[in-house]
Design a binder for this molecule. Sequence first.
Ligand code: PCA
Length: 218
Amino acid sequence: MKILITAFDPFGGEATNPALEAIRSLPDALAGIELITLEVPTIFGKSIQLVTETLQQLKPEAVLAVGQAGGRSSLTLERVAINLNDAIQPDNAGQIPVEQPVVVDGPAAYFSTLPFKAMALALCAAGIPAQVSNSAGTFVCNHLMYGLLHFAATSMPGLKVGFMHVPYIPAQTAAKPSMPSMALTDIVRGLQLCLQTIARPDSAEGTVGSELATGSLH
Ligand code: PCA
């Protein structure tokens, strides 16, 4: 299975983006997976353009986009992307869109088409804190997730699209001690588990229902 995994460059004054550090640390080969990594600028518009061009060229079966969510303490698998750009800080091109649609006249929202619950379960089972998240925010991460789901819906049927947010890594919280962080090695291990879950034939959402009865993933 061919999978594209993307991560954003540093933004908001940070020297690193843990998502980018993590995809750079992935092994070249994962059993049964042809993995392609791509760095994406934290820029409205350009991010969607670069990833959709790459998808057209490489035609993978799935794309997992990854971004930093400073302040979150676990790996969060995003369920939904909304048709809204509403920034409170500039992107890396200085843009601060307010109350703009990602796609004019697009649907209000798209749900992830990756097995996000199975991914969260696999992470928790391996001892890596993980949750399903019901909001990817309204900045560039939500923008890219929405743009890719819209692209799949309109131009590349069958392409599976999903998004994962990752916490800060410890080096980023040295000067903000009350902020949670996660070791880069755990994030990398988590990414590998997510990719293996995507490639697993039995990972469709319906197959994990009973295991979710605890509600711990919500
Ligand atoms: N996180 C930001 C944009 C880039 C990134 O890694 C977000 O959550 O929107």
